[in-house]
Design a protein around this ligand. Structure first.
Ligand code: ARG
Length: 457
């Protein structure tokens, strides 16, 4: 089959070259965007009198019928036509005749493909914003139920201070809130229109880029044609935001894996979100959070891959840029799949309150509070820290927790201790006492949830 660009050539393309350079196997995902871009372009060509209006109308009709075919998966894409742009143009010419060849007036695949990618990311980013928000909603629903459920809080994965379980979960709400803000902010830059830049230097035709921008809903037009066809920083930005989102998902997943282990037993994931073992009948494995954690790696790979593709490219378009697509599609799909599973997994998990309670009553995570107690009696914090360190060591040797020590034992360590020491020691009191803004006391957590509710769109 002769190529749309075949005029200058005397030989058929080597079949291996054809296969190696083609992008149609993956860029067919851009069919809808490619057609939208073409519809706007041809409308503008007609309105500006660059091609006759009746030709523009014929082309539009042809494009709309191809759009229908694409929506019903009825197009047979050909590797000989290399990419989505030439597949659609070929189909158009087959359908409406040589007039279809007027579509590519004043345009290049270079500004065309960049436009397709902007359109695609705009749609996907908008959808992802809602998926992130669904996860936030799931976190919020669980948190509201568990303001007064307490678990050990950890640093270095060692028990540190008890916290409200809602406080722990809500930490992720805010991470996802910033992710959502980043996605929303990135739309500003996704909304720059490349079309009208031609191959690299603009076009000799009197085009109207404002018109195209208006038809396609772009806010800004790339003011430099070479920049427009060469850069993919808007995709880098997306891949980087996607990687950050997956980092947050991965950390939360790690907590679910730990908490659902026999060693913690703080939560149980719903049966419908777990899988079994082919050999060990007793197993219920947290495959979903494990895979969420595991899939994070590929999104980092996609970011690094594109950074590397771009770093040495001279202006303007280079075929290397075709490598921008698969990683982007993969990150979009990974995010969609992950966020869609995460929300219901959070909603359906069972919180094992009794085990959490047992945990906070059997540790030394109230030690800071006794130090603070001595500080309130006038001792410098550093001295109080030393005394309580010794007290904890003593309690460990006596195989007792701090709440189990007799008053006389406290007094051996400092005469500042009074009977009211037992009031500050209960884990519930330890949590309630952290009543500073952003702290874990139930009062603060309730305020925090109120603030969070205002963030949901
Ligand atoms: N398939 C190409 C890509 O994805 C489209 C642009 C091709 N342009 C060119 N001058 N070969 O980048």
């Amino acid at each position: 089959m002769s190529k749309l660009w075949g005029g200058r050539f005397t030989k058929e393309t080597n079949k291996l070259v054809e296969k190696f350079t083609a992008s149609i196997s993956f860029d067919q995902k851009l069919a809808r965007e490619d057609i939208s871009g073409s519809l706007a372009h041809v409308q503008m060509l007609g309105e500006c009198g660059i091609i006759p209006m009746e030709d523009a109308e014929k082309i539009k009709e042809g494009l709309l019928s191809i759009k229908k075919l694409a929506e019903n998966d009825q197009i047979e894409f050909l590797i000989e036509d290399e990419d989505i742009h030439m597949n659609i143009e070929r189909l158009l010419i087959e359908k409406i005749g040589p007039v279809g060849g007027k579509l590519h007036t004043g345009r290049s695949r270079n500004d065309q493909v960049a436009t397709d990618m902007h359109l695609y990311l705009r749609t996907k980013t908008t959808e992802l914003i809602h998926l992130v928000e669904n996860v936030q909603q799931a976190i919020m629903n669980q948190s509201k139920e568990h303001v007064h459920t307490f678990i050990p809080g950890y640093t270095h994965l060692q028990r540190a201070q008890p916290v409200s379980f809602a406080h722990h979960l809500m930490a992720y709400f805010w991470m996802f809130e910033r992710d959502k803000e980043r996605l929303i902010d990135s739309l500003k830059r996704v909304n720059w229109l490349p079309l009208g830049s031609g191959a690299l230097a603009g076009t000799t035709f009197p085009i109207n880029r404002e018109k195209v921008a208006e038809l396609l809903g772009f806010e800004t037009i790339y003011p430099n044609s070479m920049d427009a066809v060469s850069d993919r920083d808007f995709i880098l930005e997306f891949l980087s935001i996607g990687s950050i989102i997956m980092t947050h998902i991965s950390r939360l997943s790690e907590e679910f894996v730990l908490w659902s282990s026999q060693e913690f037993q703080f939560i149980e994931l719903d049966d419908s979100f777990c899988t079994g073992s082919s050999i060990m009948p007793q197993k219920k494995n947290p495959d979903v959070p494990e895979l969420l954690r595991g899939k994070t790696g590929r999104t980092y790979g996609n970011l690094l891959g594109l950074l590397t593709v771009l770093k040495g490219l001279p202006l303007a378009y280079n075929k290397d840029l075709q490598e921008d697509k698969e990683g982007m599609f993969d990150t979009v799909e990974t995010l969609e799949g992950s966020l869609m599973l995460l929300a219901p997994m959070i909603e359906t998990m069972t919180i094992k309150k009794e085990n959490m309670k047992k945990a906070i009553h059997h540790d030394f995570s109230n030690a800071t509070d006794i130090a603070d107690y001595l500080v309130r009696k006038g001792l410098p914090f550093r001295e109080a820290h030393e005394i309580i360190g010794k007290l904890v060591l003593y309690a460990i040797q006596e195989q007792k927790f701090l709440l189990e020590l007799a008053f006389a034992e406290f007094q051996q360590f400092s005469s500042l201790f009074e009977e009211d020491i037992y009031e500050v020691l209960s884990p519930e009191q330890v949590v309630a006492a952290r009543n500073s803004f952003g702290g874990t006391s139930p009062l603060q957590v309730i305020e925090q949830i109120k603030l969070a509710e205002k963030k949901l769109l």
